[in-house]
Design a protein around this ligand. Structure first.
Ligand code: HAM
Length: 432
């Protein structure tokens, strides 16, 4: 019966998978704290016009858009950046600069489901607003690199470009922004020939086509070499030269700051969102073809939403794909070994005592479960084993008379009577 299956593109996360998603989210949140990014929570449902304003054609087409019962045109958020820009343009317009915000949660795109591509997925998202300095771009790169390191991924690289290069060339040639967006969409999909055809149809000069062709070919791992070539190629286009310079400065700062990561600089690289104005980047691992994260600078979006002119840069690591990469690179979750206790009353009369004990242990922050199936001790013990309990506490009438219970170490398969007063200490001592 199809109504008992998840909707195409939607997934259930059973405990092991949910644990992985939450683990990455937890590390991402800890990192936000370490870099001074405060968490905000924005709604899943936003006005369609807000989300679509600069999302780019592809996202626009794939939004879960509908009219709510009040007749409002709304959509499920396909990303966080528009919502954060809305916050900065409205409720946080007087916040002291720089504003650094973190959020994490689920997003929705009607993408074709395939490996690493889902219709509901998770992102961690960091936005740094108010600074146009290259240090801000550097911080976003540094933070992304830091996250990958903390998750234990070993092989990865950043693909890096700058929207100002292509836009600089096209703007100087008088190509209207709408037409530029179409060209960028094609480049984003690696449909280079069609992008060049569209540029030709926009009445650009021969020199422009020749420059674009060379720019699309200018790429490599040695950033300074690539950018030297790029500067020569775009020499006739002032804004494009400035963009190359800006990228050089950001990458130099990053290297000087001793932040080490592999880069692939591609001057013809474009991303789907139309709001990007500066550096753009994506994160890759060799085992997976699609990007694990993406980001860039967007200096005009907050203004477009009615806010003060506010330069901004941000990144969204995709939690689902980070989990996939960790699986591929066989990285295990660094979850600290904690104790897990099962309390087993030997007979019905002691059930309430078991509950009382569980509350005491939980006060000491020990995870505790109480046997709930009315099973005999031996059955309950094998169930505790199956559930990964480190200890069992057996509550029996004889021991209770002396203010004691039996504490069983599940791994060593040893047990001893322990005073209830010292029970939590004894358990913690075993696992510390
Ligand atoms: P994005 O490149 O569209 O950028 O998404 C960032 C990451 O979200 C991707 O690299 C990927 O890991 C994940 N992602 C996207 N679509 C899917 C999907 N269908 N299934 C699974 N994972 C997916 C943004 O969203 C921008 N808002 C990033 C940004 C923040 N730019 C500036 N600030």
């Amino acid at each position: 019966m199809s109504q008992f299956k998840t909707v195409r593109g939607m997934r259930d996360f059973l405990p092991k998978d949910a644990e992985k998603i939450r683990y990455v989210e937890k590390i991402a949140r800890e990192l936000a704290h370490l870099y001074g990014y405060e968490e905000v929570i924005t709604p899943v449902v936003e006005h369609y016009d807000l989300l679509s304003a600069k999302s780019g054609e592809e996202i626009r087409e794939r939004m879960y858009a509908f009219s709510d019962m009040g007749g409002r045109r709304v959509a499920l958020r396909p990303e966080f950046t528009a919502s954060i820009a809305r916050l900065i343009a409205t409720k946080m317009r007087n916040a002291p600069k720089p504003m650094k915000l973190f959020c994490a949660g689920s997003l929705y795109r009607y993408d074709e489901p395939q490996y690493g591509r889902f219709r509901e997925f998770w992102q961690a998202n960091y936005e740094l607003m108010g600074s146009s300095e290259p240090e801000a771009d550097m911080e976003i790169l540094t933070l992304t690199n830091d996250l990958i390191g903390r998750l234990g991924l070993r092989r990865y690289w950043f693909k890096i470009g700058h929207m100002g290069i292509l836009r600089g060339i096209l703007s100087q040639e008088g190509v209207a922004e709408g037409q530029q967006n179409l060209i960028m969409q094609l480049l984003d999909k690696k449909r280079w020939d069609e992008a060049l055809t569209l540029a030709r149809e926009s009445n650009v000069s021969q020199n422009c086509i020749a420059t674009l062709k060379k720019i699309l070919e200018t790429k490599g791992k040695d950033a300074s070499q690539v950018l030297k070539t790029a500067k020569r190629v775009v020499a006739d286009y002032d804004d494009a030269v400035a963009a190359v310079e800006n990228l050089r400065e950001i990458l130099e700062l990053t290297a000087e700051g001793n932040v080490k990561f592999e880069t692939l600089v591609e001057t013809g690289f474009a991303r789907g969102f139309e709001y990007y104005t500066g550096i753009i980047f994506e994160l890759y691992v060799p085992e997976i073809e699609i990007a694990l994260g993406g980001g860039g600078r967007y200096d005009k979006l907050i203004e477009l939403f009615g806010g003060e002119p506010t330069p901004a840069v941000g990144v969204a690591p995709g939690i689902d794909r980070l989990v996939l990469a960790m699986d591929k690179q066989k990285v295990s979750l660094k979850i600290s070994e904690e104790s897990k206790v099962m309390i087993i009353p030997v007979d019905e009369k002691l059930r309430t005592k078991a509950v009382e004990l569980s509350l005491t242990l939980r006060k000491a922050k020990i995870p505790v479960e109480v046997e709930l199936m009315g099973r005999k001790v031996s059955k309950a013990l094998s169930d505790a084993d199956r559930r990964g309990a480190t200890h069992a506490v057996i509550v029996g009438p004889e021991e209770l008379k002396e203010g004691k219970v039996v504490l069983r170490d599940m791994k060593k398969r040893e047990q001893r009577p322990v005073e209830i007063k010292t029970l939590s200490k004894e358990i913690l001592k075993d696992t510390s």
